[in-house]
Design a binder for this molecule. Structure first.
Ligand SMILES: [Zn+2]
Length: 266
């Protein structure tokens, strides 16, 4: 990172703040933030401030973007890059929030050369070098330990797209082996598709069977929301994800119980 960028970020950190009560409420909302150490939480706090300074979060479809919305989205987006840094979200600035599912319209040409117009209800979407789009109703379903997290899902696609089209192969760090990644993910993806075809419950959202790109995004959701399931079901994938995210989510202590604020006594 250039000294100028470091200097600018240091100044942003000095001059920006998040309402401490709001911060505590958001951190209490998710098992993956309740499991963080104080040092990790401090790092997440800095990342969230920088994220909100460098990205623009705005509403569409009548959505009013309150501070709660901005911080909740930033916290979940930044858990992926806790040990990677904000530059992993380079090359784009916009996060668009709809109140609920939104309709994506696109055209595609089939094998016979016929153009089809498709309208599809979406809970989230990531554009290569473009915005991340999420439905606030779906964002609020995160943190239940069910493995579902639309923000983590869409931002995992963003990491995947750092080296082009999303395909389940994000840029790996020095020391990671591409064949090991490919072997772990290919075997797990094939096993997962067999389980889904056979109607077996794999503990991971069936949407992961759509494509290797969706498998990476869905397994990333589970890696943070319910890491024990990924570690137990696909240990090789889990091992690759710990190297990629530089976090050992299943080894963290059980999430702190939610602390309900003491009622005022006077
Ligand atoms: Zn996806």
């Amino acid at each position: 990172m250039s000294w100028l960028k470091r200097w600018r970020r240091a100044r942003v950190l000095r001059q920006s703040a998040i309402d401490p009560l709001l911060w505590r409420a958001i951190v209490a909302r998710y098992p993956f933030t309740r499991a963080l150490s104080d040092a990790e939480l401090a790092r997440l706090h800095e990342l969230v401030i920088l994220f909100l300074h460098e990205k623009s979060v705005h509403g569409a479809g009548g959505m009013a973007v309150r501070d709660e919305v901005r911080v909740a989205i930033a916290v979940q987006a930044c858990i992926l890059i806790l040990n990677l840094g904000l530059d992993y979200y380079r090359g784009w600035v916009e996060v668009i929030v709809y109140p609920d599912e939104f309709v994506a319209e696109y055209d595609y040409v089939d094998e016979a050369g016929v153009t089809h117009h498709v309208e599809e209800a979406m809970s989230g979407e990531s554009w290569e070098r473009g915005p991340v789009v999420v439905s606030w109703a779906d964002v609020q379903e995160a943190g239940t330990g069910q493995g579902y997290n639309v923000v983590i899902h869409e931002f995992a696609h963003k990491l995947d797209m750092l080296n082009g089209e999303p395909n389940g192969y994000p840029p790996l760090h020095a020391g990671m082996q591409r064949p090991a990644w490919a072997a772990a993910f290919t075997a797990a993806y094939e096993d997962f598709c067999r389980k889904v075809d056979g109607g077996l419950e794999a503990g991971i959202d069936e949407y992961a069977a759509e494509s290797p790109a969706e498998f990476f995004a869905v397994v990333s959701e589970a890696f943070f929301e319910s890491p024990g399931i990924v570690a137990g079901t696909y240990p090789d994938v889990y091992a690759q994800l710990t190297q990629f995210y530089r976090q050992d989510t299943a080894a963290r202590p059980d999430p702190q119980p939610v602390r309900v604020p003491e009622p005022a006594t006077s």
